[in-house]
Design a protein around this ligand. Structure first.
Ligand code: 9MR
Length: 615
Protein backbone atom coordinates (compact mmCIF):
# COMPACT_ATOMS: atom_id res chain seq x y z
CA UNK A 1 0.00 0.00 0.00
CA UNK A 2 1.38 3.44 -0.91
CA UNK A 3 1.79 6.05 1.78
CA UNK A 4 -1.08 7.95 0.19
CA UNK A 5 -3.37 4.92 0.15
CA UNK A 6 -2.43 4.19 3.75
CA UNK A 7 -3.33 7.74 4.74
CA UNK A 8 -6.64 7.45 2.92
CA UNK A 9 -7.37 4.17 4.67
CA UNK A 10 -6.52 5.67 8.05
CA UNK A 11 -8.71 8.68 7.28
CA UNK A 12 -11.59 6.38 6.27
CA UNK A 13 -11.30 4.48 9.54
CA UNK A 14 -11.14 7.74 11.47
CA UNK A 15 -14.22 9.03 9.67
CA UNK A 16 -16.08 5.79 10.30
CA UNK A 17 -15.13 6.27 13.93
CA UNK A 18 -17.01 9.55 14.05
CA UNK A 19 -20.23 8.16 12.57
CA UNK A 20 -22.90 7.90 15.26
CA UNK A 21 -22.83 4.44 16.76
CA UNK A 22 -26.35 3.03 16.97
CA UNK A 23 -27.42 2.77 20.56
CA UNK A 24 -27.85 -0.75 21.94
CA UNK A 25 -31.37 -1.73 22.91
CA UNK A 26 -32.37 -1.39 26.56
CA UNK A 27 -31.81 -4.52 28.58
CA UNK A 28 -33.89 -5.84 31.45
CA UNK A 29 -30.64 -6.58 33.32
CA UNK A 30 -29.54 -3.20 34.68
CA UNK A 31 -25.96 -2.56 35.71
CA UNK A 32 -23.70 0.36 36.40
CA UNK A 33 -22.39 0.85 32.88
CA UNK A 34 -19.06 2.23 34.05
CA UNK A 35 -18.62 -0.76 36.26
CA UNK A 36 -17.91 -1.81 39.79
CA UNK A 37 -14.99 -1.51 42.18
CA UNK A 38 -12.94 -4.68 42.56
CA UNK A 39 -13.37 -4.50 46.33
CA UNK A 40 -16.92 -3.09 46.34
CA UNK A 41 -20.46 -4.41 46.32
CA UNK A 42 -21.63 -5.60 42.90
CA UNK A 43 -25.35 -5.76 42.39
CA UNK A 44 -27.46 -5.74 39.23
CA UNK A 45 -31.23 -5.27 39.11
CA UNK A 46 -33.40 -7.35 36.78
CA UNK A 47 -36.98 -6.66 35.77
CA UNK A 48 -39.62 -8.87 34.21
CA UNK A 49 -38.67 -12.30 35.55
CA UNK A 50 -40.92 -14.67 37.39
CA UNK A 51 -39.23 -16.58 40.14
CA UNK A 52 -35.49 -17.02 40.67
CA UNK A 53 -33.54 -17.58 37.44
CA UNK A 54 -29.96 -18.72 36.82
CA UNK A 55 -27.56 -15.95 35.81
CA UNK A 56 -24.05 -16.06 34.37
CA UNK A 57 -21.31 -13.49 34.39
CA UNK A 58 -19.54 -13.46 31.01
CA UNK A 59 -16.08 -12.04 30.48
CA UNK A 60 -15.14 -10.02 27.38
CA UNK A 61 -14.57 -13.24 25.42
CA UNK A 62 -18.05 -14.49 26.32
CA UNK A 63 -16.84 -17.13 28.76
CA UNK A 64 -18.91 -17.68 31.90
CA UNK A 65 -16.72 -16.77 34.88
CA UNK A 66 -19.37 -16.87 37.61
CA UNK A 67 -22.97 -17.94 38.01
CA UNK A 68 -25.75 -17.94 40.53
CA UNK A 69 -29.47 -17.39 40.96
CA UNK A 70 -31.42 -14.13 40.93
CA UNK A 71 -33.07 -13.11 44.17
CA UNK A 72 -36.66 -11.81 43.97
CA UNK A 73 -37.30 -8.46 45.67
CA UNK A 74 -40.93 -7.68 44.82
CA UNK A 75 -42.42 -4.47 43.49
CA UNK A 76 -40.19 -1.44 43.27
CA UNK A 77 -42.24 1.70 43.93
CA UNK A 78 -39.88 4.05 42.08
CA UNK A 79 -40.46 2.28 38.75
CA UNK A 80 -43.58 0.17 39.22
CA UNK A 81 -41.54 -2.87 38.21
CA UNK A 82 -41.30 -6.28 39.78
CA UNK A 83 -37.55 -6.67 40.29
CA UNK A 84 -34.94 -9.20 41.25
CA UNK A 85 -31.29 -8.80 42.09
CA UNK A 86 -28.05 -10.38 41.03
CA UNK A 87 -25.28 -10.20 43.61
CA UNK A 88 -21.88 -10.93 42.08
CA UNK A 89 -19.78 -9.25 44.76
CA UNK A 90 -17.59 -12.33 45.04
CA UNK A 91 -16.08 -11.63 41.61
CA UNK A 92 -12.98 -9.48 42.05
CA UNK A 93 -10.97 -10.09 38.87
CA UNK A 94 -10.46 -6.76 37.13
CA UNK A 95 -11.48 -6.61 33.50
CA UNK A 96 -13.47 -4.73 30.88
CA UNK A 97 -16.37 -5.92 28.81
CA UNK A 98 -18.08 -8.09 31.38
CA UNK A 99 -21.79 -8.75 30.83
CA UNK A 100 -24.41 -10.45 32.94
CA UNK A 101 -26.61 -12.95 31.14
CA UNK A 102 -29.91 -14.64 31.88
CA UNK A 103 -30.87 -17.03 29.08
CA UNK A 104 -30.45 -14.96 25.91
CA UNK A 105 -30.70 -11.62 27.67
CA UNK A 106 -27.46 -9.65 28.11
CA UNK A 107 -26.72 -6.59 30.20
CA UNK A 108 -24.74 -3.66 28.81
CA UNK A 109 -20.99 -4.24 29.12
CA UNK A 110 -19.23 -3.02 32.24
CA UNK A 111 -15.86 -3.16 33.92
CA UNK A 112 -14.58 -4.43 37.24
CA UNK A 113 -11.79 -2.05 38.14
CA UNK A 114 -9.82 -0.65 41.07
CA UNK A 115 -10.95 2.91 40.44
CA UNK A 116 -13.97 3.09 38.13
CA UNK A 117 -14.94 6.51 39.49
CA UNK A 118 -11.69 8.37 38.85
CA UNK A 119 -12.33 9.20 35.19
CA UNK A 120 -15.98 10.23 35.77
CA UNK A 121 -14.97 12.49 38.68
CA UNK A 122 -12.36 14.22 36.52
CA UNK A 123 -14.73 14.60 33.57
CA UNK A 124 -17.54 15.87 35.80
CA UNK A 125 -15.20 18.58 37.14
CA UNK A 126 -14.29 19.50 33.54
CA UNK A 127 -17.92 20.51 33.04
CA UNK A 128 -17.34 23.61 35.16
CA UNK A 129 -14.49 24.95 33.05
CA UNK A 130 -16.70 24.56 29.99
CA UNK A 131 -19.53 26.48 31.67
CA UNK A 132 -17.26 29.46 32.32
CA UNK A 133 -18.58 32.80 31.20
CA UNK A 134 -16.42 35.73 30.14
CA UNK A 135 -13.45 33.72 28.89
CA UNK A 136 -12.81 31.78 25.69
CA UNK A 137 -13.00 28.01 26.16
CA UNK A 138 -9.60 26.93 24.92
CA UNK A 139 -9.13 23.80 22.79
CA UNK A 140 -6.17 22.85 24.99
CA UNK A 141 -8.42 22.25 27.98
CA UNK A 142 -11.40 20.47 26.48
CA UNK A 143 -11.69 16.80 25.54
CA UNK A 144 -12.49 17.51 21.85
CA UNK A 145 -11.53 20.46 19.64
CA UNK A 146 -15.14 21.17 18.68
CA UNK A 147 -15.91 22.01 22.31
CA UNK A 148 -13.72 25.12 22.19
CA UNK A 149 -15.66 28.36 21.80
CA UNK A 150 -15.36 32.12 21.95
CA UNK A 151 -15.95 33.95 25.22
CA UNK A 152 -19.53 34.83 26.11
CA UNK A 153 -20.04 38.24 27.73
CA UNK A 154 -16.29 39.00 28.02
CA UNK A 155 -17.05 42.47 29.45
CA UNK A 156 -20.22 42.26 31.43
CA UNK A 157 -20.92 45.63 33.05
CA UNK A 158 -24.58 45.50 33.86
CA UNK A 159 -27.18 47.74 35.42
CA UNK A 160 -30.50 46.88 37.06
CA UNK A 161 -33.45 45.80 34.98
CA UNK A 162 -35.64 48.77 34.20
CA UNK A 163 -38.94 48.11 32.49
CA UNK A 164 -42.06 46.03 32.75
CA UNK A 165 -42.13 42.47 34.08
CA UNK A 166 -44.45 39.68 32.89
CA UNK A 167 -47.24 40.93 35.11
CA UNK A 168 -47.05 44.50 33.91
CA UNK A 169 -45.24 45.88 36.96
CA UNK A 170 -42.73 48.63 36.20
CA UNK A 171 -39.30 48.32 37.82
CA UNK A 172 -37.30 51.52 38.17
CA UNK A 173 -33.75 50.25 37.55
CA UNK A 174 -30.76 51.76 39.32
CA UNK A 175 -28.05 54.31 38.71
CA UNK A 176 -25.02 52.03 38.95
CA UNK A 177 -23.38 49.20 37.07
CA UNK A 178 -21.56 46.15 38.39
CA UNK A 179 -18.82 44.28 36.58
CA UNK A 180 -20.12 40.72 36.75
CA UNK A 181 -17.82 39.26 34.10
CA UNK A 182 -16.99 35.62 34.78
CA UNK A 183 -18.50 32.83 36.83
CA UNK A 184 -20.30 29.82 35.39
CA UNK A 185 -23.41 29.75 33.26
CA UNK A 186 -26.07 28.04 35.30
CA UNK A 187 -27.19 25.29 33.01
CA UNK A 188 -28.41 25.01 29.43
CA UNK A 189 -29.21 28.74 29.61
CA UNK A 190 -26.84 31.66 30.00
CA UNK A 191 -28.20 33.04 33.25
CA UNK A 192 -25.92 33.39 36.26
CA UNK A 193 -27.91 32.96 39.46
CA UNK A 194 -26.51 33.59 42.92
CA UNK A 195 -28.59 31.02 44.80
CA UNK A 196 -27.68 28.21 42.45
CA UNK A 197 -24.10 29.34 42.02
CA UNK A 198 -23.89 29.44 45.80
CA UNK A 199 -24.99 25.86 46.46
CA UNK A 200 -22.88 24.56 43.54
CA UNK A 201 -19.72 26.35 44.71
CA UNK A 202 -20.36 25.28 48.32
CA UNK A 203 -20.67 21.65 47.22
CA UNK A 204 -17.28 21.70 45.47
CA UNK A 205 -15.64 23.60 48.33
CA UNK A 206 -17.23 21.18 50.80
CA UNK A 207 -15.68 18.31 48.86
CA UNK A 208 -12.34 20.08 49.15
CA UNK A 209 -12.80 20.46 52.89
CA UNK A 210 -13.39 16.70 53.26
CA UNK A 211 -10.77 15.15 50.98
CA UNK A 212 -8.02 15.15 53.62
CA UNK A 213 -10.28 13.30 56.08
CA UNK A 214 -10.97 10.76 53.35
CA UNK A 215 -7.23 10.23 52.91
CA UNK A 216 -6.87 11.88 49.52
CA UNK A 217 -6.10 15.57 49.94
CA UNK A 218 -4.28 15.55 46.60
CA UNK A 219 -7.25 14.28 44.57
CA UNK A 220 -7.41 17.56 42.63
CA UNK A 221 -3.81 18.69 43.12
CA UNK A 222 -2.36 21.03 40.54
CA UNK A 223 -2.21 19.32 37.15
CA UNK A 224 -5.07 16.89 37.76
CA UNK A 225 -7.57 18.91 35.73
CA UNK A 226 -7.24 20.46 32.28
CA UNK A 227 -7.46 24.14 33.17
CA UNK A 228 -5.74 27.38 32.19
CA UNK A 229 -4.62 27.58 35.85
CA UNK A 230 -2.83 24.23 35.54
CA UNK A 231 0.75 24.63 36.70
CA UNK A 232 0.08 27.59 39.00
CA UNK A 233 0.88 25.45 42.04
CA UNK A 234 -2.67 25.62 43.39
CA UNK A 235 -5.28 22.91 43.81
CA UNK A 236 -7.25 22.61 40.56
CA UNK A 237 -10.65 22.17 42.22
CA UNK A 238 -10.03 25.38 44.15
CA UNK A 239 -8.92 27.17 40.98
CA UNK A 240 -12.23 26.23 39.37
CA UNK A 241 -14.39 27.06 42.40
CA UNK A 242 -12.68 30.44 42.78
CA UNK A 243 -14.13 31.46 39.42
CA UNK A 244 -17.61 31.20 40.91
CA UNK A 245 -16.74 32.67 44.29
CA UNK A 246 -15.37 35.75 42.52
CA UNK A 247 -18.61 36.03 40.56
CA UNK A 248 -20.70 35.80 43.73
CA UNK A 249 -18.67 38.61 45.30
CA UNK A 250 -19.19 40.76 42.21
CA UNK A 251 -22.98 40.66 42.69
CA UNK A 252 -22.92 42.65 45.93
CA UNK A 253 -24.52 46.09 46.04
CA UNK A 254 -21.90 48.78 46.85
CA UNK A 255 -21.83 50.15 50.41
CA UNK A 256 -24.38 52.88 51.12
CA UNK A 257 -26.13 52.46 47.76
CA UNK A 258 -29.82 53.43 47.81
CA UNK A 259 -32.13 51.32 45.73
CA UNK A 260 -35.86 51.00 45.12
CA UNK A 261 -36.97 47.40 45.75
CA UNK A 262 -40.30 45.57 46.04
CA UNK A 263 -41.20 44.10 49.41
CA UNK A 264 -44.05 41.94 48.09
CA UNK A 265 -44.81 38.98 50.29
CA UNK A 266 -47.38 37.14 48.18
CA UNK A 267 -46.21 35.19 45.12
CA UNK A 268 -49.79 35.05 43.91
CA UNK A 269 -49.82 38.78 43.27
CA UNK A 270 -47.74 41.10 41.08
CA UNK A 271 -44.73 42.67 42.79
CA UNK A 272 -45.58 45.68 44.95
CA UNK A 273 -44.75 47.67 48.04
CA UNK A 274 -41.83 49.45 46.38
CA UNK A 275 -39.59 51.24 48.85
CA UNK A 276 -36.24 52.98 48.56
CA UNK A 277 -33.75 51.56 51.06
CA UNK A 278 -30.06 51.45 51.84
CA UNK A 279 -29.29 48.29 49.84
CA UNK A 280 -25.54 48.32 50.45
CA UNK A 281 -24.21 44.81 51.13
CA UNK A 282 -27.25 43.00 49.71
CA UNK A 283 -26.65 40.73 46.74
CA UNK A 284 -28.42 40.78 43.38
CA UNK A 285 -30.27 37.55 42.62
CA UNK A 286 -29.04 37.09 39.07
CA UNK A 287 -27.55 38.55 35.94
CA UNK A 288 -29.40 37.25 32.93
CA UNK A 289 -30.83 37.84 29.49
CA UNK A 290 -33.80 40.14 29.08
CA UNK A 291 -35.67 37.48 27.10
CA UNK A 292 -35.22 33.74 26.60
CA UNK A 293 -32.99 32.77 23.70
CA UNK A 294 -33.59 29.60 21.69
CA UNK A 295 -31.41 26.56 21.00
CA UNK A 296 -28.79 26.45 19.60
CA UNK A 297 -27.01 29.56 20.84
CA UNK A 298 -23.29 29.85 21.55
CA UNK A 299 -22.69 32.21 24.48
CA UNK A 300 -20.72 34.59 22.26
CA UNK A 301 -23.70 34.90 19.88
CA UNK A 302 -26.23 35.76 22.59
CA UNK A 303 -27.87 38.92 21.23
CA UNK A 304 -29.88 39.80 24.33
CA UNK A 305 -29.38 42.73 26.64
CA UNK A 306 -28.43 41.51 30.08
CA UNK A 307 -29.41 43.00 33.40
CA UNK A 308 -28.92 42.71 37.10
CA UNK A 309 -32.14 41.60 38.76
CA UNK A 310 -33.15 42.92 42.20
CA UNK A 311 -31.27 41.87 45.31
CA UNK A 312 -32.83 39.41 47.75
CA UNK A 313 -32.08 38.25 51.27
CA UNK A 314 -31.76 34.65 50.02
CA UNK A 315 -29.11 35.59 47.44
CA UNK A 316 -27.32 37.62 50.10
CA UNK A 317 -27.22 34.62 52.45
CA UNK A 318 -25.89 32.38 49.68
CA UNK A 319 -23.05 34.76 48.99
CA UNK A 320 -22.32 35.07 52.72
CA UNK A 321 -22.15 31.28 53.16
CA UNK A 322 -19.79 30.70 50.26
CA UNK A 323 -17.67 33.81 50.84
CA UNK A 324 -17.21 32.84 54.50
CA UNK A 325 -16.31 29.29 53.49
CA UNK A 326 -13.86 30.70 50.91
CA UNK A 327 -12.30 32.98 53.54
CA UNK A 328 -11.16 29.98 55.61
CA UNK A 329 -10.11 27.89 52.62
CA UNK A 330 -7.97 30.63 51.06
CA UNK A 331 -6.76 32.13 54.37
CA UNK A 332 -3.21 30.92 53.80
CA UNK A 333 -3.35 30.22 50.07
CA UNK A 334 -4.39 33.71 49.01
CA UNK A 335 -4.75 36.03 52.01
CA UNK A 336 -5.91 39.00 49.95
CA UNK A 337 -8.71 37.01 48.33
CA UNK A 338 -9.67 35.51 51.70
CA UNK A 339 -9.82 38.97 53.30
CA UNK A 340 -11.94 40.31 50.45
CA UNK A 341 -14.31 37.36 50.77
CA UNK A 342 -14.62 37.73 54.53
CA UNK A 343 -15.27 41.45 54.24
CA UNK A 344 -18.01 40.77 51.66
CA UNK A 345 -19.53 38.11 53.91
CA UNK A 346 -19.56 40.46 56.90
CA UNK A 347 -21.11 43.32 54.93
CA UNK A 348 -23.61 40.84 53.55
CA UNK A 349 -24.49 39.64 57.06
CA UNK A 350 -25.10 43.20 58.25
CA UNK A 351 -27.32 43.83 55.22
CA UNK A 352 -29.26 40.58 55.70
CA UNK A 353 -29.90 41.56 59.33
CA UNK A 354 -31.08 45.00 58.28
CA UNK A 355 -33.22 43.65 55.40
CA UNK A 356 -34.30 40.17 56.55
CA UNK A 357 -37.29 39.62 54.29
CA UNK A 358 -36.60 40.79 50.77
CA UNK A 359 -37.84 37.99 48.50
CA UNK A 360 -36.85 37.39 44.88
CA UNK A 361 -39.52 38.00 42.27
CA UNK A 362 -40.00 35.27 39.68
CA UNK A 363 -41.89 37.56 37.33
CA UNK A 364 -39.04 38.39 34.97
CA UNK A 365 -38.83 36.60 31.65
CA UNK A 366 -35.58 35.40 30.06
CA UNK A 367 -34.23 33.51 33.05
CA UNK A 368 -35.12 31.07 35.80
CA UNK A 369 -36.97 32.21 38.89
CA UNK A 370 -35.22 30.46 41.78
CA UNK A 371 -37.86 32.03 44.01
CA UNK A 372 -37.86 31.08 47.69
CA UNK A 373 -40.12 32.37 50.47
CA UNK A 374 -38.52 30.29 53.22
CA UNK A 375 -35.19 31.85 53.94
CA UNK A 376 -34.58 30.94 57.57
CA UNK A 377 -32.56 27.99 56.29
CA UNK A 378 -30.45 30.31 54.12
CA UNK A 379 -29.91 32.54 57.16
CA UNK A 380 -28.89 29.50 59.21
CA UNK A 381 -26.49 28.32 56.51
CA UNK A 382 -24.88 31.77 56.26
CA UNK A 383 -24.55 31.93 60.05
CA UNK A 384 -22.90 28.49 60.22
CA UNK A 385 -20.32 29.25 57.56
CA UNK A 386 -19.52 32.64 59.04
CA UNK A 387 -19.29 31.11 62.51
CA UNK A 388 -16.96 28.27 61.50
CA UNK A 389 -14.67 30.82 59.89
CA UNK A 390 -14.76 33.53 62.56
CA UNK A 391 -15.86 31.86 65.81
CA UNK A 392 -18.07 34.90 66.53
CA UNK A 393 -19.86 34.05 69.85
CA UNK A 394 -23.01 35.97 68.86
CA UNK A 395 -23.46 33.53 65.97
CA UNK A 396 -22.87 30.54 68.25
CA UNK A 397 -25.92 31.44 70.32
CA UNK A 398 -28.10 31.78 67.23
CA UNK A 399 -26.87 28.44 65.90
CA UNK A 400 -27.37 26.60 69.19
CA UNK A 401 -30.94 27.84 69.46
CA UNK A 402 -31.82 27.07 65.85
CA UNK A 403 -34.62 24.57 65.17
CA UNK A 404 -32.53 23.32 62.23
CA UNK A 405 -30.39 21.41 64.73
CA UNK A 406 -33.37 19.12 65.14
CA UNK A 407 -34.75 19.27 61.60
CA UNK A 408 -35.93 16.04 60.00
CA UNK A 409 -35.31 16.83 56.35
CA UNK A 410 -32.94 14.57 54.47
CA UNK A 411 -32.92 16.83 51.42
CA UNK A 412 -31.07 19.95 50.50
CA UNK A 413 -30.55 22.00 47.37
CA UNK A 414 -30.71 25.54 46.03
CA UNK A 415 -33.86 26.31 48.02
CA UNK A 416 -33.08 24.28 51.15
CA UNK A 417 -29.73 24.95 52.75
CA UNK A 418 -30.05 23.87 56.40
CA UNK A 419 -28.27 20.54 55.90
CA UNK A 420 -25.19 22.12 54.29
CA UNK A 421 -24.91 24.16 57.50
CA UNK A 422 -25.11 21.03 59.64
CA UNK A 423 -22.74 19.07 57.42
CA UNK A 424 -20.07 21.74 57.86
CA UNK A 425 -20.64 22.10 61.62
CA UNK A 426 -20.41 18.32 62.03
CA UNK A 427 -16.95 17.92 60.56
CA UNK A 428 -15.09 21.19 59.99
CA UNK A 429 -13.34 22.18 63.24
CA UNK A 430 -15.25 25.00 64.93
CA UNK A 431 -15.78 26.74 68.26
CA UNK A 432 -19.16 25.23 69.18
CA UNK A 433 -19.20 23.35 72.51
CA UNK A 434 -18.12 19.72 71.91
CA UNK A 435 -21.50 18.44 73.12
CA UNK A 436 -23.27 20.50 70.46
CA UNK A 437 -20.95 19.23 67.75
CA UNK A 438 -21.55 15.67 68.98
CA UNK A 439 -25.32 16.23 68.79
CA UNK A 440 -25.02 17.56 65.24
CA UNK A 441 -22.93 14.57 64.21
CA UNK A 442 -25.51 12.24 65.76
CA UNK A 443 -28.24 14.11 63.87
CA UNK A 444 -26.51 13.50 60.53
CA UNK A 445 -26.13 9.83 61.36
CA UNK A 446 -29.83 9.63 62.26
CA UNK A 447 -30.75 11.20 58.91
CA UNK A 448 -28.41 8.79 57.12
CA UNK A 449 -30.06 5.86 58.92
CA UNK A 450 -33.39 7.10 57.66
CA UNK A 451 -31.93 7.03 54.16
CA UNK A 452 -30.66 3.48 54.71
CA UNK A 453 -34.18 2.48 55.78
CA UNK A 454 -35.60 3.93 52.55
CA UNK A 455 -32.95 2.06 50.60
CA UNK A 456 -34.02 -1.19 52.24
CA UNK A 457 -37.51 -0.63 50.78
CA UNK A 458 -36.22 0.26 47.32
CA UNK A 459 -35.82 -2.36 44.60
CA UNK A 460 -33.02 -0.26 43.08
CA UNK A 461 -31.38 0.25 46.51
CA UNK A 462 -32.06 3.99 46.32
CA UNK A 463 -32.17 6.17 49.44
CA UNK A 464 -35.48 7.41 48.02
CA UNK A 465 -37.98 4.60 47.99
CA UNK A 466 -41.07 6.24 46.48
CA UNK A 467 -41.95 7.50 43.02
CA UNK A 468 -41.50 11.16 43.90
CA UNK A 469 -38.98 12.04 41.20
CA UNK A 470 -39.02 15.79 40.58
CA UNK A 471 -37.07 18.33 38.52
CA UNK A 472 -33.36 17.47 38.82
CA UNK A 473 -34.11 14.17 40.59
CA UNK A 474 -30.60 12.90 39.92
CA UNK A 475 -29.31 15.73 42.10
CA UNK A 476 -31.85 14.92 44.82
CA UNK A 477 -30.38 11.41 44.92
CA UNK A 478 -26.79 12.62 44.77
CA UNK A 479 -27.39 15.16 47.53
CA UNK A 480 -28.84 12.38 49.68
CA UNK A 481 -25.71 10.39 48.85
CA UNK A 482 -23.66 13.30 50.21
CA UNK A 483 -25.48 13.02 53.55
CA UNK A 484 -24.61 9.30 53.55
CA UNK A 485 -21.02 10.14 52.71
CA UNK A 486 -20.75 12.53 55.64
CA UNK A 487 -22.24 9.83 57.90
CA UNK A 488 -19.49 7.50 56.65
CA UNK A 489 -16.91 10.18 57.43
CA UNK A 490 -18.29 10.44 60.98
CA UNK A 491 -18.73 6.72 61.71
CA UNK A 492 -16.64 4.82 59.10
CA UNK A 493 -19.55 2.40 58.91
CA UNK A 494 -19.18 0.75 55.46
CA UNK A 495 -22.97 0.53 55.02
CA UNK A 496 -23.07 4.29 54.36
CA UNK A 497 -20.37 4.08 51.73
CA UNK A 498 -22.17 1.18 50.03
CA UNK A 499 -25.32 3.30 49.94
CA UNK A 500 -23.40 6.16 48.29
CA UNK A 501 -22.14 3.71 45.66
CA UNK A 502 -25.71 2.52 45.09
CA UNK A 503 -26.72 6.05 44.07
CA UNK A 504 -23.74 6.22 41.72
CA UNK A 505 -24.72 2.84 40.26
CA UNK A 506 -28.20 4.20 39.57
CA UNK A 507 -26.90 7.35 37.91
CA UNK A 508 -24.50 5.33 35.72
CA UNK A 509 -27.13 2.92 34.48
CA UNK A 510 -28.62 0.65 37.11
CA UNK A 511 -32.08 2.08 36.58
CA UNK A 512 -35.37 1.20 34.95
CA UNK A 513 -34.39 2.87 31.67
CA UNK A 514 -31.04 1.05 31.47
CA UNK A 515 -29.52 4.49 30.95
CA UNK A 516 -26.35 6.12 32.15
CA UNK A 517 -27.40 9.69 32.95
CA UNK A 518 -23.80 10.89 32.59
CA UNK A 519 -22.67 11.77 29.05
CA UNK A 520 -19.77 9.76 27.67
CA UNK A 521 -19.89 7.07 30.37
CA UNK A 522 -21.79 3.93 29.48
CA UNK A 523 -23.05 2.03 26.44
CA UNK A 524 -26.47 3.72 26.64
CA UNK A 525 -26.02 7.27 27.77
CA UNK A 526 -27.29 10.80 27.17
CA UNK A 527 -26.75 12.42 23.77
CA UNK A 528 -29.21 15.26 23.65
CA UNK A 529 -28.95 17.39 26.79
CA UNK A 530 -30.88 20.63 26.84
CA UNK A 531 -27.91 22.97 26.36
CA UNK A 532 -27.56 25.97 24.11
CA UNK A 533 -24.02 25.17 22.95
CA UNK A 534 -23.82 21.34 23.14
CA UNK A 535 -26.78 21.39 20.80
CA UNK A 536 -25.73 18.95 18.08
CA UNK A 537 -29.12 17.25 18.13
CA UNK A 538 -30.79 20.58 17.40
CA UNK A 539 -28.24 21.75 14.81
CA UNK A 540 -25.39 19.60 13.48
CA UNK A 541 -23.04 22.63 13.41
CA UNK A 542 -22.90 22.56 17.20
CA UNK A 543 -20.99 20.00 19.27
CA UNK A 544 -22.21 16.94 21.05
CA UNK A 545 -21.88 17.25 24.82
CA UNK A 546 -18.51 16.61 26.46
CA UNK A 547 -18.19 13.57 28.72
CA UNK A 548 -19.07 13.90 32.39
CA UNK A 549 -22.28 15.92 32.18
CA UNK A 550 -25.26 14.82 34.26
CA UNK A 551 -28.82 14.96 32.95
CA UNK A 552 -31.32 16.40 35.44
CA UNK A 553 -33.05 13.05 35.28
CA UNK A 554 -36.53 11.59 35.59
CA UNK A 555 -39.23 14.11 36.39
CA UNK A 556 -42.70 12.74 37.04
CA UNK A 557 -43.98 16.32 37.01
CA UNK A 558 -42.39 17.21 33.65
CA UNK A 559 -44.21 19.19 30.97
CA UNK A 560 -46.45 17.15 28.72
CA UNK A 561 -44.30 18.20 25.71
CA UNK A 562 -41.16 16.84 27.30
CA UNK A 563 -42.49 13.40 28.08
CA UNK A 564 -43.70 12.77 24.53
CA UNK A 565 -47.05 11.47 25.72
CA UNK A 566 -45.69 9.69 28.78
CA UNK A 567 -47.05 12.18 31.28
CA UNK A 568 -49.44 10.55 33.68
CA UNK A 569 -48.52 7.13 32.33
CA UNK A 570 -44.93 6.88 33.55
CA UNK A 571 -43.91 5.98 37.09
CA UNK A 572 -41.19 7.92 38.95
CA UNK A 573 -37.85 7.06 37.47
CA UNK A 574 -39.32 6.06 34.10
CA UNK A 575 -40.41 9.65 33.33
CA UNK A 576 -37.46 10.71 31.20
CA UNK A 577 -36.44 11.04 27.54
CA UNK A 578 -33.19 11.89 25.83
CA UNK A 579 -34.53 14.93 23.99
CA UNK A 580 -32.83 18.32 23.69
CA UNK A 581 -36.16 20.12 23.95
CA UNK A 582 -37.02 18.44 27.25
CA UNK A 583 -35.67 21.06 29.65
CA UNK A 584 -37.77 19.75 32.51
CA UNK A 585 -35.87 16.47 32.50
CA UNK A 586 -32.81 16.59 30.27
CA UNK A 587 -31.16 19.88 31.14
CA UNK A 588 -27.77 20.04 32.83
CA UNK A 589 -26.88 22.37 35.70
CA UNK A 590 -24.00 23.40 37.95
CA UNK A 591 -25.91 22.36 41.09
CA UNK A 592 -26.43 18.90 39.60
CA UNK A 593 -22.90 18.28 38.33
CA UNK A 594 -21.38 19.48 41.62
CA UNK A 595 -22.82 16.61 43.70
CA UNK A 596 -21.86 14.22 40.88
CA UNK A 597 -18.26 15.36 41.37
CA UNK A 598 -18.62 15.09 45.17
CA UNK A 599 -20.02 11.55 45.05
CA UNK A 600 -17.66 10.14 42.43
CA UNK A 601 -14.67 11.77 44.15
CA UNK A 602 -15.89 10.42 47.50
CA UNK A 603 -16.02 6.86 46.23
CA UNK A 604 -12.64 7.17 44.59
CA UNK A 605 -10.98 8.83 47.58
CA UNK A 606 -12.33 6.30 50.08
CA UNK A 607 -11.39 3.24 48.02
CA UNK A 608 -9.76 0.43 49.90
CA UNK A 609 -6.07 1.02 49.46
CA UNK A 610 -3.62 -1.80 49.27
CA UNK A 611 -0.99 -1.66 51.99
CA UNK A 612 2.26 -0.28 50.54
CA UNK A 613 4.83 -2.93 49.76
CA UNK A 614 7.42 -3.30 52.53
CA UNK A 615 10.54 -1.25 51.79
O1 9MR B 1 -33.40 23.34 39.26
C1 9MR B 1 -34.54 24.19 39.24
C2 9MR B 1 -35.73 23.41 39.71
O2 9MR B 1 -35.57 23.03 41.06
C3 9MR B 1 -36.99 24.23 39.52
O3 9MR B 1 -38.11 23.44 39.83
C4 9MR B 1 -37.08 24.73 38.09
C5 9MR B 1 -38.30 25.60 37.84
O4 9MR B 1 -38.25 26.78 38.54
O5 9MR B 1 -35.92 25.48 37.76
C6 9MR B 1 -34.74 24.73 37.83
O6 9MR B 1 -33.66 25.56 37.56
C7 9MR B 1 -33.47 26.01 36.24
C8 9MR B 1 -33.33 27.52 36.31
O7 9MR B 1 -34.54 28.10 36.68
C9 9MR B 1 -32.80 28.14 35.03
N1 9MR B 1 -31.61 27.49 34.58
C10 9MR B 1 -31.78 26.07 34.40
C11 9MR B 1 -32.18 25.41 35.70
C12 9MR B 1 -32.25 23.89 35.57
O8 9MR B 1 -33.33 23.46 34.81
Amino acid sequence: MTARALLAAVAAVALAGTAPVPEPAASTIRVSQIGYETGGAKVAVVAGLSGPQPWRLLDAAGRAVAHGETRPFGTDASSGEDVQRIDFGAVVAPGAGYRLAIGDVRSQPFAIAERPFLAPATAAMGFFYQQRSGVPIDARYVPRPDLARAAGQPRERVTCFAGTDQRGVRWPGCDYRLDTTGGWYDAGDHGKYVVNGGIAAWTLLDLHERLAAWGDSGAFADGRLALPERGNGGDDLLDEAKVEVAFLLSMQVPAGQRLTVAFSTDTGKPAGDFRTIDAGGLVHTKVADERWTGLPMAPADDPMRRFLYPPSTAATCNMIAVAAQAARIWRERDPAFAARALDAARRGWAAAQRVPNLYASSDFTGSGGYGDRHIDDERFWAATQLFVTTGDPALATAIEQSPFLRDDSVDFGWGGTALPGLMTLATVPNALPPATVAAIRARIVTLADRLLAERARSGYRLPMAGANFGWGSNSTLLNRAMVLGVAWQITRNPAYRDAVADVADFVFGRNALDRSFVTGFGARTVHQPHHRFWAHAADARYPEPPPGVLSGGPNAGAREDDTGGLKGRCVGQTCWRDDWRAFTMNEVAINWNAPLVWVTAFIDATRVRRAPAPA
